[in-house]
Each structure stands twice: as structure tokens, then as C-alpha cells.
Design a binder for this molecule. Structure first.
Ligand code: 1HE
Length: 261
């Protein structure tokens, strides 16, 4: 892979304890060039020290138009394999990094853009968002972990439909399908995502880490293994000084109660 990280195409700023990572190729609808994928991996591997949660969003009218098709030159099988593995490593850096990531989605969330959104831990979509997997019509296949992550969210049948028929999901349908967790009016996805990220940042870091790293693995383990992993994780989490301090705060009436919304 000869490309270098295109750090101009990605901006990372720290807002309090929330890192805001913005795709910045609006003229190309934030299409993911090799340089941008490398920048994404670099950024999530080196988030600012103070970050306890992150938000990813796109500049301009769309979240992301997927793979930069202008780079889809003749590749032999080995190059294609390395290209796909590059995407896997970048999206793994998002999903299996240090802090939870909230995707703020608007406009087109297509192809590799949907693969990227699927690597995040929570998805917020505004009314303008639409979701598609046009790989089928481009004569290619998903290569950025979509075949693993997307069916976990919406099932094989829904992904099969999107890829075979070119079906485009609007924000309503995507919410019903389980692809997005929050729906907001057009233009409000980023604000909502930052609000959620601030809430996430207030959790004990070890709890967030356990959720990101243990929960998806437990979901893939046989029940007996999952229960054992759960017991190990819960033992480690409850022993942390921060957990003890939070329990004392509740028992002494200094912590928030759970309230009906
Ligand atoms: C691009 C790309 C791109 C736009 N690669 N240059 N993804 C797709 O098949 C989606 C292709 N894109 C579109 O369907 C549309 O561009 C959108 C629905 C996303 C946006 O439409 P619109 O009308 O706002 O923009 P536009 O006029 O189509 O595009 C503006 C410019 O962005 C134009 O370039 P210009 O130089 O003529 O101004 C477009 O060529 C350029 N552009 N999308 C390159 N994707 C790891 S495997 C993942 C596999 C995939 O992701 S396959 C799906 C690829």
C-alpha cells in the first residue's frame, strides 16, 4: 500500500472529553480514499489523551459516499486482499479502540460509509439520512467488514435485499431495521451524537472498555463461555476503585437515581 495518511481529509478536535472526528472531503462526498482510510486508522489509534468518547461525522451534504471509486483501478487478487485488510484494520481501530464511538449520520451513508457507521458503537441518524449498499451494482462485494458487521445489526435477509436489489433505506426504515438507535430532525445528528458521547464519557472508563470489548465477544461465544467471560469481566469491573467510589456515592445519596424519561 503506497498511499500515505491524508491528514487534511480528516479533522480531529477535542470538545471537553469528546473527540470529534470529521470526514473532510465534501467535494467528493467524503469518499474514502486509501489516504483517508489510513488517516482514520491513525486518528483512532492516537486519539487525544483526554478523550473518553468520540463522535464521527461528515462535512457537507452527506456522511460518506463509500469507497473512492476513482481509486478502484485494476488490482490483482493479492492487492485486493491487502486493500480489504487495510479497511479491516482501520475499522477495527474504530470499533476496538480505546473509547466508544457515536456516528452522526446525515445524507448518503452508502457502501463503505455504511461499513464505517457499522463499526461505531451507536448510530444517530437525522431525517436526511439514507442507507444503501451499491456494491452489487458496481460489480464488487463489500470489503470493509460489512459482511460481518452489518448482518449483526439488521440480519442477513435485510442486507441481502439491499445488495441484491439496490434497496435504499430511509431513516425511518433504518431505525425499524435496527441500523440506527436514535432518530432526530434534519441537521441535529451531530448535536445529539455529542450529547450522547458526553453521557458516555461520564461512565467509568473500565465499564466502557468492557462494553466495547467484552460484550461483542460474549455475543459470539457459546452461552457457557459467555457466562464465564461475563463473570471475569464483572469481577474486574467491580473491583476498580472508581466502581467502589460510585457505589458509595449512591449509598450516601450523592448519585443520580434512575429516572423515567
Ligand atoms: C465520488 C464518489 C465515490 C461521489 N468515489 N468519487 N459508492 C457509491 O457507489 C456511491 C457513489 N456516489 C453517489 O451515488 C452519489 O455521489 C451520492 C449519492 C453519494 C451523492 O450524490 P450528489 O448528487 O450529492 O453528488 P455527485 O454529484 O454524485 O458527486 C459529487 C462529486 O463527488 C463527483 O465528482 P466531480 O469531480 O464530478 O464533482 C463524484 O464523482 C464524486 N463522488 N461519490 C469517488 N464513491 C471497502 S469496499 C467498499 C465498497 C463501496 O463503498 S462501493 C460503493 C461506492
Amino acid at each position: 500500500m503506497s498511499a500515505r495518511p491524508d491528514l487534511d481529509a480528516l479533522q480531529c478536535t477535542l470538545d471537553g472529553e469528546v473527540a470529534i472526528v470529521r470526514l473532510r472531503r465534501p467535494a467528493k462526498r467524503n469518499a474514502l480514499s486509501d489516504g483517508l482510510i489510513l488517516a482514520l486508522r491513525h486518528t483512532f489509534e492516537h486519539l487525544p489523551d483526554g478523550a473518553r468518547a468520540a463522535v464521527i461525522c461528515g462535512e457537507g451534504e452527506h456522511f460518506c459516499a463509500g469507497l473512492d471509486l476513482s481509486e478502484l483501478r485494476e488490482r490483482d487478487a493479492a492487492e485486493g486482499l491487502h486493500h480489504s485488510r487495510l479497511w479491516h484494520s482501520a475499522l477495527d481501530a474504530v470499533e476496538r479502540g480505546r473509547v466508544p464511538v457515536v456516528a452522526a449520520l446525515h445524507g448518503a451513508v452508502v457502501g463503505g460509509g455504511l461499513e464505517l457507521a457499522s463499526a461505531c458503537h451507536i448510530r444517530v441518524a437525522d431525517d436526511s439520512a439514507y442507507f444503501a449498499l451499491p456494491e452489487g451494482s458496481r460489480g464488487i462485494f463489500v470489503g470493509g467488514s460489512g459482511s460481518v458487521r452489518i448482518p449483526r445489526l439488521i440480519g442477513v435477509a435485510c442486507m441481502m435485499d439491499m445488495m441484491l436489489t439496490g434497496r435504499v433505506l430511509d431513516a425511518d426504515t433504518a431505525e425499524r431495521a435496527g441500523l440506527v438507535q436514535y432518530r432526530v430532525p434534519a441537521g441535529q445528528a451531530l448535536d445529539k451524537a455529542v450529547t450522547l458521547a458526553r453521557r458516555i464519557a461520564a461512565n467509568a472508563p473500565l465499564t466502557n472498555y468492557a462494553l466495547m470489548h467484552a460484550l461483542p465477544r460474549i455475543a459470539e461465544q457459546p452461552a457457557d463461555h459467555g457466562l464465564f467471560t461475563e463473570a471475569l469481566m464483572s469481577a474486574i469491573a467491580q473491583a476498580a476503585p472508581e466502581a467502589k467510589a460510585r457505589l458509595h456515592a449512591f449509598l450516601e445519596g450523592r448519585a443520580d437515581k434512575v429516572r423515567k424519561t
